[in-house]
Write a protein that binds this ligand. Structure first.
Ligand code: SF4
Ligand code: SF4
Length: 448
């Protein structure tokens, strides 16, 4: 069975807490706060003002550049504020607050459950509809999908890869989506194949989801989806990383930045994002809701909720039985790449695939000691870096050296910290080094 060639680890997958929980529609929130930046790139520009009435699915924030994305209202009601508000990480950003009145949708959106398979649109028209709907990568990366599908001059795609790996421990939103919305996903695959002009697509799914693999294979056979292969992959973290998935499926290595997957002929799209593509193109439905896993060993009632964007995180936690007693940490995402949340009144956004609640004991790191030069971090790094070294030079603020040692190649997977017997917070220093060096590179480019 295929996997990526270097590094990687095997953390406990802990998916048993929520994997059997069917997707459940969460009650409509009474109030939502919608960040105008829910994607990589420039924030959207507000199209509404305090006092405006909006419909569900109405454009409220317009893409403000090539690398940006539209934002739509997830509910109907009245805009009560367009102002700075605090996000989950404690940072202030521009958000639109809407008080709900009923649930009145924009009438061009097809809300029926009927599967619409035929798509007569051209590649350009498909990409335009995806852009209009504000679709971004829902696996956490939030890269605008229309940008990913706009193949640069001189490049050509020959394979579409659908990322159904979900290697992050605990999370099960993509898994449930593949099981329960597999047909919509496969129509989305056909649409994406047409958009990027390929006749081959591979859906990569780790082998710890055998029911999803069998279900999708059955749908492919039954529906006659030509050129679509469901490929089981060996379980290994971080296989859901774009470069690792491309290597696992095709054996091709994406060169260091600024090279992109398209430079090796691949376009990668997450499984839930592919369903959003289906809805955007076939149903005129913008990205206003998503499946969010709420999970953790001590969570009383784990769920996979279909949640409107902008719903407060604390609403999902309350519906799951509340936070357990004692010290806990709430992560936006899973335990490997998730970010600690400091504000639970903050909203669910397009990139939030799950909320993982871990106990204080689980979150506590062992005391760091001196490096024993065991090289376990090097063996674990899927990008072929030397984490002990780039961590040390980042800690010493030797930015030139950090750049020379390719700190910007780090995908922040945390395999190095996970493997270190000396409990050195390698990723913390590496992330600092990466952010600083990227800032230096951007400033250098701006001067040219
Ligand atoms: S966090 Fe970065 S340095 Fe550490 S293992 Fe992952 S890619 Fe390598
Ligand atoms: S894993 Fe930890 S102890 Fe071993 S070489 Fe890397 S930093 Fe040093």
């Amino acid at each position: 069975m295929k996997t990526f060639p270097i590094g990687g680890i095997h953390p406990s997958d802990n998916k048993q807490w929520s994997r059997d929980k069917a997707i459940e529609v969460l009650d409509l929130p009474d109030l939502v706060t919608i960040p105008l930046a829910q994607h990589i790139g420039a924030p959207a520009a507000a199209k509404v003002a305090k006092g405006d009435k909006v419909l569900t699915g109405q454009l409220i924030g317009e893409s403000s550049g090539f690398m940006s994305a539209n934002i739509h209202s997830p509910i109907s009601g009245t805009v009560t504020a367009v102002d700075m508000a605090v996000n989950g990480q404690g940072l202030r950003q521009m958000m639109v607050t809407i008080k709900r009145e009923g649930d009145e949708w924009v009438d061009t959106i097809d809300r029926s459950e009927t599967l619409r398979r035929e798509c007569t649109l051209s590649s350009k028209e498909i990409i335009a509809k995806i852009k209009e709907a504000g679709v971004v990568g829902m696996g956490g990366a939030t890269f605008p999908t229309h940008v990913k599908l706009s193949i640069p001059d001189g490049c050509k795609a020959d394979i579409l890869i659908i990322n159904g790996v979900e290697c992050e421990p605990y999370l099960t939103s993509d898994y449930r989506t593949m099981l329960e919305r597999g047909e919509q996903m496969l129509v989305g695959v056909e649409i994406l194949m047409k958009a990027v002009g390929v006749d081959r697509a591979v859906v990569g799914v780790e082998n710890n989801k055998p029911d999803a693999i069998a279900h999708l294979r059955e749908l492919v056979a039954k529906g006659g989806y030509k050129g679509v292969e469901i490929m089981p992959l060996k379980v290994r973290y971080p296989q859901g990383g774009e470069k690792q998935l491309i290597a696992a499926v095709t054996g091709r290595q994406v060169p260091p930045p600024p090279a992109l997957p398209i430079h090796v002929g691949a376009v990668v799209c997450n499984a839930s994002t592919t369903v959003a593509v289906y809805e955007a193109v076939q149903k005129n439905k913008p990205l206003i809701e998503r499946v969010v896993t709420i999970t953790g060993k001590q969570i009383k009632d784990t769920h996979n909720f279909l949640t409107r964007m902008g719903t407060p995180v604390e609403t999902l936690i309350e519906r799951a039985g509340g936070l357990p007693e004692g010290d806990v940490k709430v992560l936006n995402g899973g335990p490997m790449m998730g970010r600690a949340m400091v504000n639970l009144a903050s909203p669910v956004t397009k990139g939030c695939s799950g909320l993982t609640v871990i106990s204080g004991d689980e979150a506590t790191r062992g005391e760091a000691s001196a490096c024993i030069k065991c090289a376990k971090c090097v063996a674990a790094c899927p990008m072929g870096l030397e984490p002990y070294l780039i961590s040390k030079i980042s800690r010493k603020k030797l930015w030139d050296a950090a750049e020379q040692h390719n700190v910007t190649d780090c995908i922040e997977c945390g395999c190095c910290s996970f493997s270190c017997p000396a409990n050195i917070p390698l990723l913390d220093y590496i992330r600092l080094g990466k952010q600083t060096v990227m800032g230096i590179i951007r400033a250098r480019a701006a001067k040219k």
